[in-house]
Ligand binder design. Structure first.
Ligand SMILES: [Zn+2]
Length: 248
């Protein structure tokens, strides 16, 4: 009887609900779900199966602060795990990828010659080349598209704000979406072409505004907000989905 009572008591005391918190990894927010488990003896971190962040299993009575601390100390591991996830994105005939904020299907033409072509209505990207080169052909084309869009957006904002830039470079910037140097060069990440158009547009407004205000002070933000009304939406998008730009 004594045993049964103890057993019942243990069974009915519920585990606290999982808590989701974000951890900044290279300037981006990564979601970590902290889950208590009756039989857990230590902290264990693993990638969520659906690709949505990470799961931290923790002992029933451990302190959340200690679990957070463990996550912070595991940033190197998280970074490597994220890189592995990105590599998993398949570029093959029939696979789907995100481009201009929409889901596109890849159609391999099977021909060695020809250019990548976009069917915006049918949401298809036709990619020529051998299967092994599809990724390269596709990303090269995306870089060209990104450069074109970023050039247009930068010119638009430069003339609206009454300023001028020297040149634009489009690269694979890992940690920043854009930057502006004191010599008037605007640099952007080509990956912005994966995001919805309003996000790329905002980053251009942001960098062009730096030609006038080389800081993030109130005057800078007033300038950006006056010319780019979707600033807040774009910032929110980057905060929550910025990681997805690294899938290719
Ligand atoms: Zn800035």
């Amino acid at each position: 009887m004594k045993f049964l009572r103890a057993f019942t008591a243990r069974k009915t005391s519920p585990l606290p609900a999982p808590v989701v918190m974000t951890l900044a990894v290279d300037g981006r927010d990564v979601a970590i779900t902290y889950k208590r488990h009756v039989s857990a003896r230590r902290f264990t971190l693993r990638a969520a199966r659906d690709g949505a962040g990470f799961i931290m299993t923790m002992p029933r009575r451990a302190r959340l602060e200690d679990a957070e601390d463990f996550a912070r100390r595991s940033i190197g591991w998280i970074r490597a795990a994220l890189a592995k996830q990105y590599d998993r994105q398949e570029v093959a005939d029939g696979a789907s990828i995100t481009f201009r904020g929409a889901s596109y299907r890849i159609a391999a033409t099977g021909r060695t010659r020809g250019h990548v072509s976009e069917d915006a209505e049918g949401k298809t990207l036709s990619v020529p080349g051998h299967a092994a080169h599809l990724r390269r052909r596709l990303t090269d084309w995306m870089k060209t598209e990104a450069a074109h869009e970023l050039d247009m957006a930068s010119h638009k904002y430069a003339s609206a704000m009454g300023t001028a830039f020297r040149k634009i470079t489009v690269r694979d910037q890992k940690s920043r979406w854009g930057s502006c140097s004191s010599d008037g060069t605007l640099s952007y990440s080509w990956r912005l072409i994966i995001a919805p158009a309003m996000v790329l547009d905002y980053v251009a407004a942001h960098e062009v505004a730096h030609l006038i205000e080389m800081n993030h002070g109130p005057r800078f933000w007033r300038l950006v907000l006056r010319h780019c009304p979707h600033t807040r939406d774009a910032q929110k998008w980057l905060k929550h989905h910025g990681n997805a730009l690294h899938v290719l």
